[in-house]
Design a protein around this ligand. Structure first.
Ligand code: NAD
Ligand code: UGA
Length: 476
């Protein structure tokens, strides 16, 4: 069979870019991305490409090439399901907030809702593809729902195959990751369905990079990939803390171990802790599965990666407070970066959230800058609105504003009277700050805390500022 009409349910960080690249590389396939969130769909259809609901380098160019030709964004879920011969489920699968498995298991209510909609409205033979990251054995749930409906609506003769095709893109480099993936993973039982999907990817991915596995291996490989990546970050951050205690330098240690081919050099950048919507959720899911299958030691092992990450984030805020004479009450701190990494407007699980909350709790006054995250998003994340009065104030220990924050539109304004600057996201523009100029407006003895290793220590020294950077024992 040949896939000619795709419907993707979920127009988020995965559905939007993934389907855009498929449409771009397969001009003969109609790609319809649907979402129940009308506001999001309207933004995907906005004429002004600056208003796309997610920021990803290169995405706007693809949208301008394909939208309206073979790529469509719509809220008409029923129509698009009924016309599709392949349906990607790309909806959110956050950690359950209540009930059995709360705090660890994935909440599959949106995936289940999709399966029921597909069961109801699909016509003829349809390949249903899990694109969301799911616990092992979810395909069984989807199949059961689809099978049940088949018998209900026998006259329509709808039949299904379920495939697992997890997504490995990273935000900020999504388009490159999709255009030149390390591998594409397709798990399933029916060879014809597997080859139909393989033929879509073959339009731009070399065949040897398209891996076929059984469906459970595919589901588990996705969780495992994220767990291994996150584990490397917790590992290097744990070593960074030892570096600070001993006079070693985590960058030097990372280079030394990364030169070993067996270890490799990627994902060894010590930072403020991993953020993003998936690492924590996917590891906790693995912990839940391990415990469910009676493998407590396995669950404890992986849970350690998340515990270390939480500890590390709070370690950074405590360290800032300690350096600023044990108190940040009424002190002005300029926060550089709120997104969980550079080149994205996504703040989900960003380390900046915990670090800023800790500092606000201690009475600091925060001026928060980010080139792509807006103030409303930051308000939602911090659970606290910005105080616009701070924009017009020249602060000096203004205790009336303890624990308040404001969005810093202009990068340079946030330095005025600041006691400290904290770099939390590795945006390129933060590497080009003129520290000698900025130091003139800060309140001495001012500090620069670089949690991303993007600032040149010599420039800080020349500007007569105090400096701390992650994992640098010599600078302690
Ligand atoms: P997201 O929250 O950005 O988007 C999900 C979208 O699905 C939302 O717009 C929501 O309105 C929509 N939706 C939910 N239920 C629906 C329904 N029944 N009908 C129609 N629309 C519905 O999520 P995301 O970041 O795109 O992640 C989606 C999945 O992909 C998750 O399982 C995630 O773990 C996985 N994943 C994410 C990334 C990433 O970088 N964000 C990378 C790889 C895999
Ligand atoms: C991650 C994976 O890299 C993707 O393969 C996966 O598809 C995706 O999760 C997912 O399933 O959602 P993403 O979270 O978008 O992608 O971004 P990463 O580049 O992995 O960064 C995650 C976090 O780790 C960020 O906060 C980043 O700053 C941090 N990080 C990354 C480090 O602290 N050090 C590093 O060396 C690398």
């Amino acid at each position: 069979m040949e896939i000619k009409n795709i419907c993707c349910i979920g127009a988020g960080y995965v559905g939007g870019p993934t389907m855009s690249v498929i449409a771009d590389r397969c001009p003969d396939i109609y790609v319809n991305v649907v979402d129940k969130n009308e506001e999001r769909i309207n933004l995907w259809n906005d004429k002004n490409l600056e208003n796309l609901p997610i920021y990803e380098p290169g995405l706007d160019k693809i949208i301008s090439r394909c939208r309206g030709k073979n790529l469509f964004f719509s809220t008409d879920i029923i129509k698009n399901i009924s016309e599709a011969d392949a349906i990607f489920i790309s909806v959110n699968t956050p950690t359950k907030k209540r009930g059995l498995g709360a705090g660890q298991a994935s909440d599959l209510k949106w995936v289940e809702a999709c399966a029921r909609e597909v069961a109801k409205y699909a016509k003829g033979y349809t390949i249903v593809i899990e694109k969301s990251t799911l616990p092992v054995k979810t395909a069984e749930v989807i199949k059961t729902i689809l099978e049940a409906s088949k018998s209900e609506t026998e006259d329509t003769k709808s039949t299904f195959d379920v495939l697992s095709n997890p997504e490995f893109l990273a935000e900020g480099s999504a388009i490159k990751d999709l255009e030149e993936p390390d591998r594409v993973l397709i798990g399933g039982e029916n060879k014809n369905a597997i080859y139909a999907l393989t033929n879509v990817y073959k339009k731009w991915v070399p065949e040897e990079k398209i891996l076929h596995t059984n469906i459970w291996s595919s589901e588990l490989a996705k969780l495992t990939a994220n767990a291994f990546l996150a584990q490397r970050i917790s590992s290097i951050n744990s070593i960074g803390a030892i570096c600070e205690a001993t006079g070693a330098d985590v960058r030097e240690v990372a280079r030394a171990i990364g030169s070993d081919n067996r270890i490799g050099s990627k994902f060894l950048d010590s930072g403020p802790g991993f953020g993003g919507s998936c690492f924590k959720k996917d590891i906790l899911n693995l912990v839940y599965l391990s415990n469910y299958f009676g493998l407590k030691e396995v669950g404890d092992f992986w849970e350690g990666v998340v515990k270390l990450n939480n500890w590390h984030q709070h370690r950074i805020s405590k360290l800032i407070i300690k350096k600023l004479f044990g108190t940040v009450s009424g002190k002005k701190i300029h926060i550089l970066g709120f997104a969980f990494k550079a080149n994205t407007n996504d703040t989900r699980e960003s380390s900046a959230i915990n670090i800023c909350k800790d500092l606000l709790e201690e009475g600091a006054i925060l001026y928060i800058h980010d080139p792509k995250v807006n103030s409303l998003q930051i308000s939602n994340d911090l659970g606290k609105s910005e105080n616009l009065q701070l924009k017009s104030l020249t602060l000096h220990d203004d205790f009336n504003f303890e624990g308040e924050w404001v969005f810093s539109e202009n990068l340079n304004d946030g330095f005025i009277n600041a006691d400290a600057v904290v770099v939390l996201t590795e945006w390129a523009e933060y590497s080009n700050i003129n520290w000698i100029e900025r130091a003139k407006s800060m309140r001495p003895p001012a500090w620069v805390f670089d949690a991303r290793s993007i600032i040149n220590p010599k420039e800080i020294k020349n500007a007569n500022l105090n400096f701390w950077r992650i994992g640098d024992g010599a600078a302690m």
